[in-house]
Structures are given as structure tokens and as C-alpha cells.
Ligand binder design. Sequence first.
Ligand SMILES: Cc1cc2nc3c(=O)[nH]c(=O)nc-3n(C[C@H](O)[C@H](O)[C@H](O)COP(=O)(O)O)c2cc1C
Length: 332
Amino acid sequence: MKDLSTTYLGIPIKNPVVIGSSGLASSIGGIKKLADAGAAAIVLKSVFEEEIVAEADVTVAKQLGADENNLEFFDYYDYQVKNDVLENYVSLISEAKEAVDVPIIASINCSSYSEWVSYAKRIQSAGADGLELNIFKLPYGTKHSSEELEKIYFDIAKKVKEHITIPVGLKIAPYFTNLGNIIHRLSHSGVEGLILFNRFTSIDFDIENDQVITGNVYSASNEFTMPLRWISVMANNVGCDLIASTGVHDYRTLVKMLMAGASCTEVVSAVYKEGVEVIGWMLKELESWMERRGYQSLGDFKGKLSQGNSDHPEVFERVQFMRYFSDHKPVK
Ligand SMILES: Cc1cc2nc3c(=O)[nH]c(=O)nc-3n(C[C@H](O)[C@H](O)[C@H](O)COP(=O)(O)O)c2cc1C
């Protein structure tokens, strides 16, 4: 038996396979299946700022009707609807904590911090072991500068950390001009982990029916290269756990992320595609690989291929093909 123990947001976990936030963990049945299959920790489906606000708007509009006098009820209904959505989430956390013995991590998808401070407190009271904040606004607006958008991340992290004591992780996207600088600064902002990276739903076009449709919902197994590069480049230059997310589909990618310097990985698409059994396969094959390579624990090889531990750090910074592929033969 190998020692697969590691940490997620500084929380001790029994192995490096954490289930990332998704519908896989939106019911007690699903959560139990994941834990039984060997998941080391489970991130619940996110509670969405937009959803709560939208649901509150619809319900409040119905209650108001045409009668303006009803406006006095606005605040009450607005509060009540948001409260109901959050109440369901809080119940899921406490039921999950009773049902399984692995860490349960709540997840909030947010783009402002106005209401999240009180939500975070209730999530902590319900017994969540940690909180993941999925922060993102697509930067297509023309009014705000990069600095203003970046400040939102630090403000949210600061506010939430001021009000709760459980570990907090930030799940971010790679879309920053100076990604290394942001990862470094966020890792020292008081949070316990950074999840690199979030993967968004994409758009596609149906060219026969002139429609915008949803692109691939699940990641492909070759999408791991972006988190791999950034984890290996930043691993020796951060103040918290780095957690790999996107494209972890088998034990090979799991090993690569650990060798890059990740403390663990989050897995979603592989479980949707292959079933919960993929968790056990990954762990079994990880152990066989460690046996083959003579490793006893993850610490024996964690970060071994990070840029900081490399004799050729320049390789990590090479992004242009230059002469390297000048004699590359076209595929027939
Ligand atoms: C069906 C589905 C639902 C998801 N829901 C959420 C969510 O509620 N919150 C979140 O932060 N990420 C969500 N994600 C993103 C995943 O947590 C993860 O970041 C992404 O799928 C990349 O990891 P993967 O390559 O292992 O799938 C979802 C992904 C999928 C496929």
C-alpha cells in the first residue's frame, strides 16, 4: 500500500482525486456514490449568484402584481426567495456531512461580494469543510480596466476570509494579461488554495439551422496542457495549494499534475464519461506506477518536474514553434 495522502486547500485528504463542482454532487445519492468509489473530497454543485437573483426577481414580480401598494412587500419577498434557495443548499451540506466521511466543500459562483459574505457564514455553520469561490465575469465589457476586474478577485477573497474560518479556495480562469502575477498575488491573499483552471461552457454554431448552440460540455483528455504549464511554472512561487482542474481523465495526467507541483486534482468530465469507477482505476494505476518507479508517497515525486526544479527552466517558457518544427512533415 502506498501513501497517497495529500492536501486540498490545506485540508488533509486520503488521495489526490477530488471531485470538482458539478451536477455529480447535487444530491445525496450522487455524493454517496462518489465517496464509495474512493473520492478524497467532494466539491458540491455551485450555488449561483445569478440564479438566486433571477429567481428572486421572478417571484417578487409575481407577488407585486399590478398593485403598487404591494411594493412594501418587495424587500420581504426578495429576502425570502434568496433565503429559500440558500436554505436548500445549506441542507445539502449538512446531509452530505452526515452521509459520507470525506471533506465536503461548498461552492459559490460569484461576481460580486455584496451578498456572499452572509451566504459564506451560513455555509460554514452548516458544516462545510471548505469553500470554493468560482469567480468570473467574461471581460467583454468595454467600461472597466484590467485593474478594476482584477480587484474584484482580491475584494471577494478578502471579504469572505474576514467572515469565515474554514479554508477558502479560488477557482480561476486563465484569462488574465499577467497570469503569473495574479496567481502569485492571489496565493498570498489569505486563501488556502487556487484551482487552476475553471473550464467554461462554450458556444458553437449550428450552421444548418442558423442557431447558437452549446459547445462541448465535457473536456477532452488533451485539455490538461494549460493547467500543467501553469502549475509547473508557478509551483515554487506560491503561498498556498495549487489544485489542477481541466482534462484530468486518467492516472497519467494525474501523475503529471502532481509532478508539476499540484497538491491534488479535481476530476469532473472523466466521471461523467466513464462513471464513478474511473476514480478507483486512477488510484489503482497511480499506485502501480509508484511501485514501478520506486515511490512510497506523493511527496517523493511532487513537483519533480516543476520549472523551479528543472535544469532547463527555459523549456517551460517556450511557446512559439520557431525552428523546432521547421522540418515537421505534413500529415498525409
Ligand atoms: C455538467 C457540468 C457542470 C458543472 N458545474 C459547475 C459548477 O456548478 N460550478 C463550478 O465551479 N464548475 C462547474 N463545472 C466545471 C467543472 O467543475 C470543471 O472545472 C470543468 O469541467 C473542468 O474539469 P474536467 O476537465 O475534469 O471536466 C461543471 C462542469 C460540467 C461538465
